[in-house]
Write a protein that binds this ligand. Structure first.
Ligand code: NAD
Length: 358
């Protein structure tokens, strides 16, 4: 069959440069003609945000940020933005902070400038997420896509190595899942492959030299590519699993992605030879799983879901919930039985090669 596909690239401006966040933000606020700027940042990133916004007139500082965007947190932030007549949102932080800006943009239709400090990639997607009564809901709305993303590796220097590793593997998970997600196409695959190459080059540099910026620049660049691929390809098997584990069991986002990824790769690889070869080439290894596992071993990456509080009963429950949501595009047929096997292996940290059957 010839080459045929339908692809949508989301439009946003990206400004990338170490040490340039402050002037980039000032020029973007001016370009957008904003007069009432709200800066959203956690208490942790407060000082960083003050520095970045030094040349911007800020109408409202908002520091009430929580993991997975609880609905009450979103309601308070929306009310504050409305009361202050805000016309531009600036978020400085990880995926949770970006998520809160998106929750405001969803209802108030305000533009966002995102200044990410992790490799989660939310800044490059039009997906929002909210948590209500322990249930996480997500949806797609172009109004939540930041108009501008400002990447500055200096802002990630404070991200501890273990968190950088987990977050970077979250980025690699976007790349790998994009190979077989419902909207997988050659453009996403190309972005995903370059994302794997950049992240697998950058993360070891961060581990070896946490105070250096070269590895952190590579990781940010890779994280952006990974998110663009994910935004277009949508959620594949890996994201369906992690969404349920994060939402129903409140497990930490990046660490869960980092742990589950080799199991999904081992599970699908024998059924997806083209993607497998592409991932292997991006890692520069003979096969894809070897590439991922060599990197994970080098980085001392998270290994078992039991370390984050998941139990055998929880794994079985998660498999039953995930199975009906698995996209038809998944290369390997997924049953509750083989999904339970995958989750049990990830639970105990068993060698993922146990899933490499055909
Ligand atoms: P996070 O934003 O919760 O940050 C993780 C931890 O790292 C927090 O304690 C935070 O304070 C700290 N941190 C962040 N940047 C730091 C820095 N530079 N230095 C020191 N500490 C820092 O987690 P995350 O992994 O960035 O994002 C996860 C969230 O993003 C989840 O809720 C997930 O669902 C969401 N997400 C959404 C999308 C999307 O497309 N909508 C994509 C990816 C992730």
């Amino acid at each position: 069959m010839g080459l045929a596909f339908e692809h949508v690239t989301l439009g946003q401006r990206v400004l990338f440069g170490t040490g340039t966040a402050a002037p980039s933000l000032a020029s973007e606020v001016a370009r957008l003609g904003a007069r009432r700027v709200m800066v959203i940042t956690s208490n942790r990133a407060r000082e960083t945000a003050y520095r970045i916004a030094a040349d911007v007139e800020v109408a409202l500082w908002h520091h009430d940020v929580a993991m997975h965007v609880p609905i009450e947190t979103a309601r308070k932030a929306r009310a504050a933005a409305g009361e202050h007549g805000i016309d531009l949102l600036v978020c400085v932080g990880g995926g949770s902070t970006t998520g809160l800006a998106k929750a405001i943009a969803m209802t108030l239709r305000l533009p966002i400038i995102a200044v990410p400090t992790t490799y989660a990639g939310s800044e490059a997607t039009n997906v929002w997420g909210l948590t209500e009564a322990s249930r996480k809901t997500t949806g797609v709305d172009d109004a939540v896509l930041p108009v501008t993303v400002i990447y500055d590796a200096a802002l990630t220097l404070a991200l501890p190595v273990a968190m950088s590793v987990a977050s970077g593997l979250n980025g690699i998970a976007h790349c790998i899942d994009s190979m077989w997600a419902p909207g997988a196409d050659p453009i996403n695959a190309a972005l995903g492959a370059e994302g794997i190459r950049a992240l697998s080059h950058g993360l070891p540099l961060i581990a070896e030299d946490p105070a250096g910026t070269e590895g952190r620049e590579q990781a940010l660049y890779g994280a952006y590519l990974s998110a663009v691929a994910f935004a277009s390809a949508g959620s594949g098997l890996h994201h369906k699993i992690c969404h349920v584990l994060g939402g129903a069991f409140n497990l930490p986002h990046a660490q869960v992605h980092a742990t589950v990824l080799p199991y999904v790769l081992a599970f699908n690889a024998p059924y997806a030879s083209d993607s497998e070869a592409r991932i292997a080439a991006a890692f520069g290894t003979a096969d894809a799983l070897t590439g991922l596992q060599e990197l994970r071993n080098r980085l001392d990456a998270p290994k078992a879901l039991s370390d984050y509080g998941l139990t055998a009963d929880g794994a079985a429950e998660a498999a039953a919930v995930v199975q009906p949501t698995v996209p038809a595009s998944n290369p390997r047929p997924v049953t509750t039985e083989n999904l339970t096997r995958l989750l049990q292996a990830a639970l105990s940290g068993e060698d993922p090669r146990c899933l490499l059957e055909h």
